[in-house]
Design a protein around this ligand. Structure first.
Ligand SMILES: Nc1ncnc2c1ncn2[C@@H]1O[C@H](COP(=O)(O)OP(=O)(O)O)[C@@H](O)[C@H]1O
Ligand SMILES: [Mg+2]
Length: 392
């Protein structure tokens, strides 16, 4: 074999890829090994078949799927892939973040991938709208912020969908939820309690919510409201509404708030807000206070104790005064299920808390059950409230 054989260095291939890309871009046509070979010949550098195929493969991955990230996304057990500009890629396969050892040739390559992935979901990503948060056709949740808004370069965050949701039993088997905790969670759902699953990013909030929704009686109708559709409960009667950002002219936005209101007219037995993060909290609280039992959602919070303050802040930003927010919260919410990650990366249910109102009318989330992540359970001062709610 002449020139670069199978041992062609990655640098050489990366080099050739850029050249071939330029040449191919000048004359439209399908991406075939034949055209790649012709373009390579045109460079005047003789290369072997293995190199032609290597260059073709890189270009092909570039136009389909997630480019150089594709193998990472397809690795069993990988849940998250993060790209920080051209030089850093991390993955999470259950033990926290680890370097993924994939490098992009240049910032331009990361940007190109980000734009292409956004466009497969029908979104534009450019300097006018330099961020996007969408679900890709295969279900992957994709977030990107272009440089220079993001540093050290264009930053991508991909969350791999599981082929199917975890069941509650699987969460128990994985050590994320104890046996006793699972019983309490089932009872909460069966009692049509309203609850929020709280925790930091990637602690498994959406996953636990989906597992709990899968335990809802089959005769009930679930109406899901989400920013980017993610929840896949294993349940026979699910309808979903997905929010939409404004288009380039600033028109056509559909907010979660609008969707919560629409959902209420759709005869939901359970109203579910996938991720509460804005003004929709007001409509959710109002709904839970007007006979819509069993509503639930997730909320980003660093501890269960932070949940009332988070709700208050979101409600306040939407114009609901503090006092009203607390009084609504006290009567609307039955439980907070808080998730955390252990030092070794394992996600677990850390606490079940109940909202309790003090003399001044302010709600605090009082621990009812506290789990240490190794199966041990302690009860907290809120446990009687929890039992009362379950007995209702
Ligand atoms: N208990 C668990 N054990 C193992 N993996 C989990 C567990 N809970 C969630 N995951 C995985 O972790 C990732 C993040 O979970 P997700 O529920 O989306 O988190 P959050 O909603 O808190 O951001 C997902 O890919 C999910 O499949
Ligand atoms: Mg989530």
């Amino acid at each position: 074999m002449s020139g670069a054989g199978p041992a062609a260095g990655a640098d050489l291939v990366a080099d050739l890829v850029e050249t071939v890309r330029d040449r191919l871009a000048r004359e439209p046509g399908d991406l075939t090994p034949h055209r790649v070979a012709a373009a390579l010949r045109g460079t005047g550098r003789p290369v072997g078949d293995a190199t032609v195929l290597a260059v073709h493969e890189v270009l092909r991955r570039d136009v389909v799927g997630a480019g150089p990230l594709e193998p990472l996304l397809r690795t069993p057990g990988v849940t998250d892939v993060l790209v920080n500009g051209a030089g850093q890629t991390f993955l999470d396969r259950g033990h926290g973040l680890e370097p993924a050892g994939v490098a992009f040739g240049s910032e331009a390559a990361v940007r190109r991938l980000a734009q292409r992935l956004a466009s497969t979901a029908g979104r534009r990503l450019d300097d006018a709208t330099p961020h996007v948060d969408v679900r890709l056709p295969d279900g992957t949740r994709f977030h990107a912020v272009l440089a220079p808004v993001a540093r050290p370069g264009t930053v991508l965050s991909l969350r791999v969908p599981r082929a199917r949701s975890f069941t509650l039993e699987e969460l128990v088997a994985a050590g994320s939820v104890g046996e006793a905790a699972a019983r309490v969670l089932r009872e909460l759902v069966a009692a049509r309690a309203a609850f929020l699953v709280s925790g930091g990013t990637g602690t498994g909030k959406t996953t636990l919510l989906a597992a709990l929704l899968s335990t809802v009686a089959p005769a009930e109708r679930l109406v899901l409201v989400e920013d980017a559709s993610e929840l896949r409960p294993d349940h026979p009667h699910v309808v979903g509404l997905e929010a939409r950002p404004p288009n380039i002219e600033g028109a056509g936005e559909i907010t979660l708030r609008t969707l919560v209101r629409q959902a209420l007219r759709m005869r939901p037995d359970r109203l579910v807000v996938g991720e509460v993060r804005g003004a929709e909290v007001v409509d959710l609280l109002a709904a839970l206070n007007t006979g819509h039992e069993g509503g639930c959602g997730t909320l980003h919070a660093n501890s269960a104790a932070d949940v009332p303050a988070r709700v208050e802040a979101l409600a306040l930003a939407a114009g609901l005064p503090r006092e009203a927010a607390h009084s609504q919260l006290a009567s609307a919410l039955d439980a907070v299920l808080h998730l955390a990650r252990r030092a070794d990366g394992v996600r677990y249910l850390r606490e079940v808390a109940v909202p309790v109102r003090d003399a001044a009318g302010l709600v605090s989330a009082v621990p009812a059950l506290i789990f240490d992540g190794d199966g041990a359970v302690r009860t907290g001062p809120g446990v009687e409230h929890l039992e009362e709610r379950l007995a209702r």
